[in-house]
Design a protein around this ligand. Structure first.
Ligand SMILES: Cc1cc2nc3c(=O)[nH]c(=O)nc-3n(C[C@H](O)[C@H](O)[C@H](O)COP(=O)(O)OP(=O)(O)OC[C@H]3O[C@@H](n4cnc5c(N)ncnc54)[C@H](O)[C@@H]3O)c2cc1C
Length: 77
């Protein structure tokens, strides 16, 4: 976390995939100034669904987006 009067730390992140966006969010929550770079012009929209296991759910909770994701998800047990 950034202390008062401290210069913001800067993170340059390559890629707006799940990894890049999660990393960017985590850094931003810690007070970093974040810039995400994407080399592709278009977003890829191919996929059937995303299966999330416990470690991922913990990460989403840590990022503060668990409830948002949970409310839009379907549960499979
Ligand atoms: C056809 C297909 C279907 C899939 N379907 C599913 C599915 O249904 N469910 C599922 O859970 N997973 C699916 N996956 C897997 C899923 O896409 C990956 O697990 C996930 O996207 C990985 O996230 P990532 O952030 O690591 O990488 P990516 O999503 O690949 O994101 C990396 C990004 O970084 C960018 N990049 C790379 N190098 C640079 C650079 N030097 N500078 C700037 N930008 C850069 C790339 O353009 C890309 O946008 C599928 C994959 C493919 C290929």
């Amino acid at each position: 976390m950034q202390s008062p009067g401290q210069k913001p730390r800067i993170a340059e992140i390559a890629g707006v995939g799940l990894a890049g966006l999660a990393t960017a969010t985590a850094f931003a929550h810690q007070g970093w100034q974040v810039r995400v770079h994407e080399r592709s012009k278009d977003l890829r929209e191919i996929g059937a669904g995303i299966y999330l296991f416990e470690n991922t759910l913990n990460a989403l909770e840590e990022l503060g987006v668990y409830d948002k994701v949970r409310n839009r998800a379907s549960l499979r047990r």
